[in-house]
Write a protein that binds this ligand. Structure first.
Ligand SMILES: O=C(O)[C@@H](O)C(=O)COP(=O)(O)O
Ligand SMILES: [Zn+2]
Length: 211
């Protein structure tokens, strides 16, 4: 897909997520890998009102080479790309149910959400909790780097999800699946419920490994 089309896709999918309440105000950021660098949403922008011509463009050293000033999470996105050469896009949201899960007590920090459905196991899989650091803190980007070699999706404590995908559609699909599963988990939280077995999850990963 050429750069023009990638810019249009960021605007389209940003507005789609914003219009459905998956993020709000000026929260969240989206990036996409290009042949000659990468695109990132500008700092302070609303994902519902992006301008394709004003998206920030950066090089692989993280230098700002075009458009408006980039998101304060530029180093976090760059860490994901550097550790995940297979990933073509990264989405970060403040989606409500995922944030709620990120502050629950007694989570397993290595795998925050259970495999309630096959689609969750296929699109998200194991979800680690990244300890809290302030937004934009270089320590947050380094913490994300430590997980990103092994995980394409992670949950930032007191903050929200970060999800990479082979392209922007894959990253958005997985982020939406994470949010829907967080909502399901909160609905089920006070109940006894069953999850997929480790064998069922491993089987799904063998059948549908595509991230
Ligand atoms: O939580 C934050 O402040 C950032 O992670 C965020 O979501 C929005 O920051 P910008 O992308 O710099 O607007
Ligand atoms: Zn954020």
């Amino acid at each position: 897909m050429n750069e023009h089309k990638q810019r249009e896709e960021i605007v389209l999918l940003g507005k789609s997520m914003y219009d459905r309440g998956l993020t709000h105000g000026g929260t969240g950021n989206i990036s996409v890998r290009l042949n000659d660098g990468w695109l990132l949403t500008p700092t302070g922008s609303s994902l519902g009102r992006l301008d394709p011509a004003r998206l920030s463009k950066l090089d692989w050293q993280g230098r700002h080479i075009g458009g408006d000033l980039p998101s304060k999470e530029a180093m976090l996105h760059l860490a994901m790309y550097q550790e995940r050469p297979v990933s073509g896009a990264v989405v970060h949201l403040h989606s409500t149910h995922s944030v709620a899960v990120s502050v629950l007590d007694q989570l397993d920090p290595e795998d925050v959400l259970p495999a309630i459905t096959a689609y969750y196991a296929m699109r998200v899989g194991k979800l680690p909790l990244v300890p809290y650091y302030a937004p934009g803190d270089p320590a947050l980007a380094e913490a994300v780097r430590r997980f990103s070699g092994r995980h394409h999706a992670m949950l930032l404590a007191h903050h929200g999800p970060v999800v990479a995908g082979s392209d922007l559609h894959a990253a958005v699909d997985a982020t939406e699946e994470l949010e829907a599963t967080a909502q399901l988990f909160l609905l089920l939280f006070q109940h006894k419920f069953k999850t997929l077995t480790p064998e069922q999850v491993a089987d799904l990963q063998r059948r549908f490994a595509k991230r």
